[in-house]
Design a protein around this ligand. Structure first.
Ligand code: S3P
Length: 437
């Protein structure tokens, strides 16, 4: 599938919602499976990545009733069987492209009394897993993997709590250790290297786990049974990011995105866009499923360049592909540092994006831990490729709105790994993009 984008001649306008948060949707299924009793999860995200988690959890003997409310939102009822109720899978769990499922599930499977294997797509097999294998092994887990890459083979082992000083700011690593901590004797204490998203901590607390976290230190005592979940997943700010930046750069646009999750460990993009001169209105602030959410209005602004580094980077780590598009429209030299993690995401999001933007005559100068873009400029019409990375596909599609001519994004079916209905949502705002075979 390809996405064809034409230069946007009219403002983007209207009110939309975006699908449920991917990080929360993954966690809700995994944690509900090991809770005691029936969990209810509304506005769950049925995307490529989270469907891998759903199928994986079903293959461990967990019953899930699905009510497909819409192609973008499912309601789930999950019959949790307690910490030790999972059944041995008959084949390796296929995580497809979902790094979150593989890394978090390794923590849960490390504490089971049966062996298991976690595997995934060619893309996932290239991503670093030593970052979870090392701390889990320090807890006593029996995990093997060739060259620190998937497939991961897990054998039963007794786990022991420990104090872990993290070396990278990563919610996936922190969460893998916390989930193993549920099965460990004694206390697991994590000292974070930076403020990564805290959805696992919030969800575990809502499920009555013995957990506290403050000032970058998380403490969890294992062994306590988990209560089932009753939650409505807020909209994913990492999906909202695409229409948000589109509205900020297409002249005279104004859009509202309802019910966006605004957990402050995830709002780095808002801060970065504010540094570039964008402004937002935040209304109807509320809490859903223990997470802050609100309606967000974004309007077109003349953007200017910013120097981006430090803690804001982790809080917006998934938003750099679309931030580069904002940078092409900002006056001056936008520089990003402290973002080396971008090189080990679905693809190397610095190197690959620089190569694709070059096809649109945009110069993105690479640094080992970031990039520089000088704007404002008008990208050229080109044929570009997502490299099977959902966020690169969507970022290139938004870039297409401000080019001189037509842009074709090849290999674009992957956008539904996180945002089913992306093109249709953009069309609802008047965007000139469409699917083509
Ligand atoms: C995620 C954490 C982040 C993020 C990823 C989802 C999560 O990865 O990039 O898309 O759900 O915990 P890292 O933990 O590797 O930074």
């Amino acid at each position: 599938m390809k996405i064809l984008v034409r230069p946007q001649k009219t403002p983007l306008t209207g009110t939309i919602t975006v699908p449920g948060d991917k990080s929360i949707s993954h966690r809700a299924v995994m944690l509900a499976a090991i809770a005691n009793g029936r969990s209810h999860i509304r506005n769950w995200l049925p995307a490529g990545d989270t469907l891998a988690t759903l199928a994986g959890i079903q293959s461990l003997g967990i019953q899930i009733e699905i009510d497909k409310k819409s192609p973008q939102a499912w309601d789930l009822q999950i019959e949790g069987k307690g910490l030790y109720g999972l059944q041995a899978p008959s084949s390796p769990l296929d995580c497809r492209n979902a790094g979150t499922f593989m890394r978090l599930m390794a923590g849960i499977l490390a504490g089971q009394s049966f062996p298991s294997v976690l595997d995934g797509s060619g893309q996932l097999r290239k991503r670093p897993m030593r970052r979870i294998i090392d701390p889990l092994q320090q807890m006593g887990a029996n995990i093997t993997a060739q060259d620190g890459k998937a497939p991961l083979s897990i054998q039963p082992a007794e786990l022991q709590g420990f104090e872990y000083q993290m070396t990278i700011a990563s919610a996936q690593v922190k969460s893998a250790v916390l989930l193993a901590g549920l099965y460990a004797r004694g206390m697991t204490c994590i000292v974070e290297a930076g403020p990564s998203r805290d959805h696992t901590e919030r969800m575990l607390a809502a499920m009555n786990a013995d957990i506290i976290w403050r000032d970058g230190v998380v403490e969890l005592n294992g062994g306590r049974e988990l209560w089932p979940l009753d939650l409505t997943v807020p909209g994913d700010i990492s999906s909202a990011a695409f229409p948000m930046v589109a509205a900020a750069i297409v002249p005279h646009s104004q859009i509202t995105i309802q019910n966006v999750g605004l957990n402050e460990t995830r709002t780095g993009l808002l801060d970065m866009l504010r540094m570039m001169g964008a402004s937002f209105t935040i209304e109807n602030e509320r809490t859903t499923g223990g997470e802050p959410a609100a309606d967000l209005t974004v309007r077109f602004d003349e953007l200017h360049a910013a120097d981006i580094s430090g803690e804001v980077v982790v809080r917006g780590i998934d938003e750099f592909p679309i931030l580069t598009v904002a940078a092409t429209q900002a006056a001056g030299e936008t520089t990003v540092h402290d973002a080396a993690e971008l090189r080990v995401k679905e693809v190397d999001r610095i190197g690959v994006l620089a190569a694709e933007l070059r096809k649109m005559a945009v110069t993105m100068t690479e640094h080992p831990d970031g990039f520089t873009i000088v704007g404002p400029l008008r990208p050229y019409s080109a044929e570009v490729d997502s490299h099977d990375d959902h966020r690169l596909g969507m970022a290139l599609a938004v870039a297409g709105l401000v080019t001189h001519g037509e842009t074709m994004i090849h290999d674009a079916g992957c956008v539904s790994d996180s945002f089913p209905g992306f093109v249709e949502t953009m069309q609802a705002l008047g965007a000139r993009m469409e699917w083509v075979e």
